[in-house]
Design a protein around this ligand. Sequence first.
Ligand code: NAD
Length: 455
Amino acid sequence: MPNIISAQKAFFKAQKTKGISLRINLLKKLKQEIIAREQDIFGAIYKDFKKSSFEAFLSENGLIITEINLAIKNLKTWSKPERVKSSLLLFPSKDYIYKSPYGTVLIIGPWNYPFQLAINPLIIAIAAGNTVVLKPSELTPNTSQLIADIVKNIFPEEMATVIQGGIPVSTELLKQHWDYIFFTGSVSVGKIVAKAAAKHLTPVTLELGGKSPCIIDDTINLKLTAKRLVWGKFFNGGQTCIAPDYLIVKASIKNDLINNLKHEITKAYGDVKNSEDYPRIINHKNFLRLTNLLNDVNIAHGGDFDEKELYIAPTLIDEPDLDSNVMKDEIFGPILPVLSYETESDIESIIWHFEKPLSLYVFSKNKFFIKNTIEKFCFGGGVINDTLIHYGNSNLPFGGIGSSGIGAYHGKFGFDTFSHNKAIIKRGNWFDPPLRYAPYRGKLKLLKILFKWLS
Ligand code: NAD
């Protein structure tokens, strides 16, 4: 591990990551490799947790190709020094922001979108001119091995490499001195990463999770809302960081909404257990954690599971207590609690009860209710009248706030995340105003006039 890191640091210091055409060529090769190995990627993810090719294309390959294309198209512009307005006080000068890569970056990925959440930060870290050590999740061994093969085929080890392993490997990696750490995963491990980074004052991006609420008033189209909720909640088997964690529904329509949700679940998956489209829980530990949440709650739909197959049916829970297990932590599985509200202050007391979430969704036709809701609460990002889709627009920053994360990425935001803004002034020599130089006697008044005039 230390050998790889010092080789990467030497490669970086030798300016070998700085050529824009080199970066563009590598990104093009990576894109071709991902396109050529599409079936391998689908196969690996299916083996890891029975995710369908459709969901894999939409949420893994497809998103990555979009990000690579964007980086290839814009890299020259993004990496150009940006000229900014100068201050008259500094006349004569030309002022710039240089985009400067940090150096050697550690990327640690989660298992739930195992390909996309490892490769996406890699693409943009490389695009910004860094070297990368990538540690994908040990819980998706087939996908992680494929990622290692792909990276090895495209990049020299001094520029990007994959180190596989679980907690011990991750712990060892975190002991090293990195120039930047990009972590995607749980809040609890995010704290471990932040602590390790603090030791070397290494900057971090933490893409974490939390309980993302979905607020639904009584002005909605029930059928369309239910359809979009079922898609967003049960996509990837409910194992999505921005999945609606729980619903807060106007009490008068709660039962109607539950009936519509049941109908849409059946319409989407039919005989769910035998559906080709419904993934499995990632491992036994998570299966047990999730099935434990089903104790002592009122199950309105689903609730059946099969330990051998790591299968849990799409499940609706009617009105759990705020202090019940299912409402304690991020659910991260196919279980959807439905809470109800009468007044807006009921909504406030539920939302403020939790840490700031990664996402918030609101379904309504009432403009004031929507505006109030999205302006009142603190959350990473969200959608009005749908779920998850804000993740798919590279023109929007993706990241959390408070305990749901630090920093953001996607598209240009990702390039900025992996670049330091170097402030540079090029001073002219043809004129050298004498005001700033000692002796200062008699100059203060003029200096004050100048400051007043300039502000
Ligand atoms: P996790 O935190 O358990 O693991 C993430 C990575 O950290 C893995 O590579 C793992 O090997 C490593 N790791 C685990 N324990 C560690 C430790 N003690 N010390 C050092 N490294 C350790 O998360 P997960 O189960 O893979 O993913 C699920 C979580 O990730 C959920 O909370 C979800 O909300 C969050 N998530 C967030 C985003 C986002 O973009 N914000 C995306 C996907 C998942």
